[in-house]
Ligand binder design. Structure first.
Ligand SMILES: *[C@@H]1O[C@H](CO)[C@@H](O)[C@H](O)[C@H]1NC(C)=O
Ligand SMILES: *[C@@H]1O[C@H](CO)[C@@H](O)[C@H](O)[C@H]1NC(C)=O
Ligand SMILES: *[C@@H]1O[C@H](CO)[C@@H](O)[C@H](O)[C@H]1NC(C)=O
Ligand SMILES: *[C@@H]1O[C@H](CO)[C@@H](O)[C@H](O)[C@H]1NC(C)=O
Ligand SMILES: CC(=O)N[C@H]1CO[C@H](CO)[C@@H](O)[C@@H]1O
Length: 523
């Protein structure tokens, strides 16, 4: 670090330390007056994994109709509090459930409905509104798309349907899925189920919220900078970002063009870790073979590493002490329960996470964000900002700021080149460190879910998740308990390319050790 950087860093640190309680007080004053949690869960159907529900439906211990109806009723209870579900097909879902019940009831199931081909037969699922689900809204939170109704299912939605899943509804996102608070001018803002004065994260924020509040049990998200992992942490559930290039990204808006093809990934989100693997298998389809998901792994034989922060990027908040302490507790428990050593590491290049993400995203060509905002015709973000100031813009402030940042980034090509070369070296370092049997434990975010709009004061914290998009590595976000304010904390398990089965296997152990998803109110 150069001297001036040290000084700026120190000053920002002090300012941040002083400002944190002050800004928190201001946001608390604005948002906390009417803060609520979702009500307790009263039906045991809502407290089982998708895998376990599927088994019971197949054995006729419960009907698919009962299960679907129970989730629909739960959505009706939670949605007035959190505003997470934006478009539904409840009647169709119930009809499909009855059809499945009658097929199961008739006895002998044909090949199509075997346990291997239809592991989630009769189980409802949900997805973010950016994915096309036939008959449901498909706007991606963009005002000019607000009347679009999807006329087909996205390929991943088709896959889950083929596996027996029944789509229930689609859930809220940030405008064009490019911000980490799920709010837009089409469907409004989603509140955190643990405390709705807080954000749910984004862009798969409505999805994480619905899953956490037990309005759903398995879901599909996508992630280009943390859109699966960040909301999964803020809402206390599991979310897996697969190795790049495995799961089909088509049928979501914005569509993955040449540009994001390598960074955007589609993956599973769920409350119970045991659902991650079967969901990933279904989403991946034929390409999943490369991940060898059925290979048994002895997690005692893996090598474990831990890193508690990014090494101090000036523009990113430092990791909260409670999150740090919880990560240490996890390391201790893993050591004891598995008899492994967890080696502390410090990969110094992670400090440039933000620069690497920004440089990779803005130099890969394809549709610009300003073009996406204008649905083809680029908008002028500076003009939109002026319109926003007087309440005339159809866009959210984060989207407008991102449009402006995109324009600014292009002014520093040399800096971007340097960041890209750091990124390439870091890829090699990760491959060397993790090999084919290593897992790194790393915070998902430096802070728990902030208040609404507060991310505008800490816009770059997503760098903690975003860096793994440009590295292409598989990552599983795991809930590791609630902090002193009752808000979920999370850690990322990072593997080397194509080692998704390892991070998922360790996630199941982390669930046992740290308690996994926690209900908002104990019933
Ligand atoms: C929301 O969080 C704040 C503190 O962060 C707390 O004072 C308040 O009681 C919480 N509200 C609910 C409903 O849990
Ligand atoms: C905002 O969107 C509405 C509905 O799509 C449209 O009628 C209006 O012209 C838009 N306003 C601006 C300033 O673009
Ligand atoms: C909804 O969006 C998806 C993804 O962009 C697209 O494939 C689908 O055709 C859209 N549906 C309509 C009716 O435009
Ligand atoms: C989305 O991308 C896929 C493949 O990259 C392409 O086949 C499809 O036409 C695209 N859809 C739109 C609406 O651009
Ligand atoms: C705040 C807001 O606009 N909420 C909307 C979310 O979506 C549902 C379903 O379309 C609407 O009923 C709400 O009004």
């Amino acid at each position: 670090m150069k001297t001036w950087q040290r000084i700026v860093s120190a000053v920002l640190g002090v300012v941040g330390f002083v400002l944190k309680p002050i800004t928190n007080c201001i946001f608390a004053l604005i948002y906390e007056r009417h803060a609520r949690k979702v009500p307790p869960i009263t039906d045991s159907i809502l407290l089982q994994s998708g895998t376990s529900l599927a088994k019971k439906i197949r054995k006729r211990e419960v009907t698919s109709e009962q299960v679907v109806e129970t989730f629909i009723n739960r959505i009706k209870v939670i949605n007035p509090i959190v505003n997470a579900v934006v478009s539904e097909r409840f009647e169709d879902a119930l009809a499909e459930a009855r059809e499945i019940d009658s097929i199961i009831g008739a006895g002998k199931l044909d090949e199509r409905y075997s346990e291997v081909n239809a592991p989630f037969l009769g189980v409802p699922f949900t997805t973010k509104e950016a994915f096309a689900v036939k008959g449901l809204s498909n706007s991606s939170g963009l005002k000019s798309r607000s009347t679009i109704i999807a006329d087909v299912d996205a390929p991943v939605i088709k896959n889950v349907r083929k596996a027996g899943g029944i789509p229930l509804c689609v859930t809220n996102v940030s405008e064009l899925c490019m911000w980490w608070e799920s709010a837009n001018t089409v469907y409004g803002r989603t509140g955190n189920p643990y405390n709705n004065s807080r954000i749910v994260g984004g862009s798969s924020g409505g999805e994480a919220c619905t899953l956490s509040a037990a309005g759903s049990v398995i879901g599909v998200g996508s992630d280009i900078g943390g859109s699966i992992r960040l909301p999964s942490m803020f809402c206390g559930i599991f979310g897996h970002k697969p190795t790049f290039g495995i799961v089909n990204n088509d049928g979501q808006y914005p569509n993955a063009t040449a540009k994001e093809k390598d960074y955007l990934v589609t993956g599973p989100m769920c409350r119970y870790a045991c659902d991650l693997k079967p969901m990933l298998k279904i989403l991946a389809g034929d390409k999943g073979a490369k991940l060898k998901l059925d290979q048994e792994e002895d997690i005692r034989k893996l090598r474990y590493f831990t890193m508690e922060d990014d090494g101090g990027d000036m523009l990113v908040n430092s990791v909260d002490s409670e999150i740090r302490a919880t990560q240490r507790e996890l390391v201790k428990k893993l050591t004891e329960s598995l008899g492994v050593t967890v080696q502390p590491v410090q990969l110094s290049k992670l400090k440039y996470s933000l620069e690497m993400w920004e440089a990779k995203m803005s130099t890969c060509g394809g549709t610009t964000f300003c073009e996406l905002m204008g649905n083809g015709v680029p908008v002028n973000p500076y003009l939109e900002f002026i319109k926003w100031l007087v309440g005339l813009s159809n866009h959210t402030l984060p989207a407008i700021s991102l449009g402006m940042t995109e324009k600014l980034g292009r002014l520093f090509p040399e800096k971007q080149k340097k960041a890209i070369s750091i990124c390439e070296k870091l890829k090699e370092e990760f491959q060397e460190l993790l090999g084919d049997n290593g897992v790194l434990i790393y915070p998902t975010q430096p802070r728990v879910a902030p208040y609404h709009n507060q991310p505008l004061l800490m816009p770059f914290n997503f760098a903690y998740t975003g860096v793994f998009n440009v590295l292409g590595l598989p990552v599983t976000q795991c809930p590791v308990g609630l902090n002193s304010e009752g808000l979920p904390m999370g850690i990322q398990l990072v593997g080397s390319l194509y080692s998704d089965r390892l991070t998922i296997a360790v996630a199941q152990e982390v669930e046992k050790l740290m308690g996994g998803w926690q209900p908002q109110i104990r019933g």
